[in-house]
Design a protein around this ligand. Structure first.
Ligand SMILES: Cc1cc2nc3c(=O)[nH]c(=O)nc-3n(C[C@H](O)[C@H](O)[C@H](O)COP(=O)(O)OP(=O)(O)OC[C@H]3O[C@@H](n4cnc5c(N)ncnc54)[C@H](O)[C@@H]3O)c2cc1C
Length: 293
């Protein structure tokens, strides 16, 4: 007998909705999150595209309450291993091991990198992945954001109220204009300074010429991908590392599902994440049949 009917890895909008659905159907369920839950929601203010006016933490509190009230067990730890087991899957964490008949991967997207060899030397000394955490340290100074996605735009807007000057460096996808933010289409090609960052070199797409820009901080919001190194190498992923499923949200390995932002083709919205969490939960418990009281 496995320890759990279903283990859910990741307690964001997708994972918490899956947990409430599994537990609501009377099935045992552990939802593991290394940060305690909420995922992206914890960093968001007023949410768009929902039927109600809610902030990220409001929705997180509501989803967590629904999962726990339904009987899901929350676990605060990082999953470090996922291996096949005769009863289904074995889930290794920083604290202990668990077994489950089915596993739902709801791990979202992890911060990316600039892809430069020198990058690790500047981690925490000029490179950051969180404007809300580190932005206030650079009040009145010029700051740079790398990336064009939703986070990059959000961070640019937030930093524009703090920094003396905000530059958004984007590669490939054009970034929509953000008030008080200079956009450079190009790639950060080098980091300079010792110790700590004092300038970057950008290769601009317009001229192909290197451009040196003084700054003590780059917020990296490019190349976000699921941190699924703990999963088997045979788990199907797309070229961006996102997990491939069929229409029923099943991965290519039996008893394994993927939902939310970590899934290839996910709409990357809250409504989409919650819908996928619910559907994968129902698919995961369907083979277990009716629960005997
Ligand atoms: C700036 C911004 C604004 C947005 N605004 C809106 C909006 O207004 N409306 C809307 O519909 N959508 C919005 N979105 C999109 C929405 O927030 C996401 O699509 C949604 O939150 C994704 O949920 P998720 O559960 O898939 O992933 P996440 O919320 O990223 O949750 C993943 C969780 O997995 C955990 N985890 C990862 N790896 C492990 C591991 N190995 N062990 C344990 N735990 C792990 C993480 O700690 C995290 O809590 C916005 C996104 C951004 C970036």
């Amino acid at each position: 007998m496995p320890d759990w009917d279903v283990v859910i890895i990741g307690g964001g909008a997708a994972g918490l909705t899956a947990a409430a659905t599994v537990a609501g159907a009377g099935r045992s369920c552990l939802v593991i999150d290394r940060m305690g839950g909420g995922g992206e929601l914890m960093n968001l203010g007023p949410l768009q595209d929902l039927e109600e006016d809610l902030t990220g933490p409001d929705l997180m509190a509501r989803l967590l309450d629904a999962a726990i009230t339904a009987g899901a067990e929350p676990g605060i730890t990082a999953v470090t291993a996922l291996t096949p087991d005769p009863t289904g899957w074995r889930i290794g964490t920083d604290d202990e091991n668990h077994t489950a008949r089915a596993v739902i991967l709801a791990i979202g997207l992890a911060p990316g990198t600039l892809g430069l060899d020198s990058e690790t030397a500047f981690d925490g000394q000029g490179l950051s992945h969180c404007a809300a955490c580190d932005g206030p340290l650079y009040r009145g100074e010029p700051v740079v954001i790398a990336g064009a996605g939703r986070w990059a735009q959000q961070e640019a807007r937030d930093l524009a109220t703090i920094a003396s000057h905000v530059t958004l460096v984007t590669q490939g996808e054009p970034a929509p204009a953000v008030e008080c933010v200079a956009v450079i289409q190009g790639r950060i090609a080098a980091l300079h300074g010792s110790p700590g960052l004092d300038a970057i070199t950008i290769h601009t797409e317009a001229t192909g010429e290197p451009q040196r820009l003084p700054t003590n901080i780059v917020f990296v919001q490019t190349g976000r991908r699921p941190a699924a190194d703990f999963a088997p190498a045979t788990l199907a992923r797309d070229p961006d590392g996102r997990l491939i499923t069929d229409a029923a949200l099943r991965c290519n390995l039996p008893g394994l599902f993927a939902v939310g932002d970590c899934r290839s083709g996910s709409p990357r919205t809250l409504a989409g994440a919650m819908d996928e969490g619910r559907r994968a939960a129902l698919a995961a418990i369907a083979p277990l049949g009716k629960r005997s009281e």
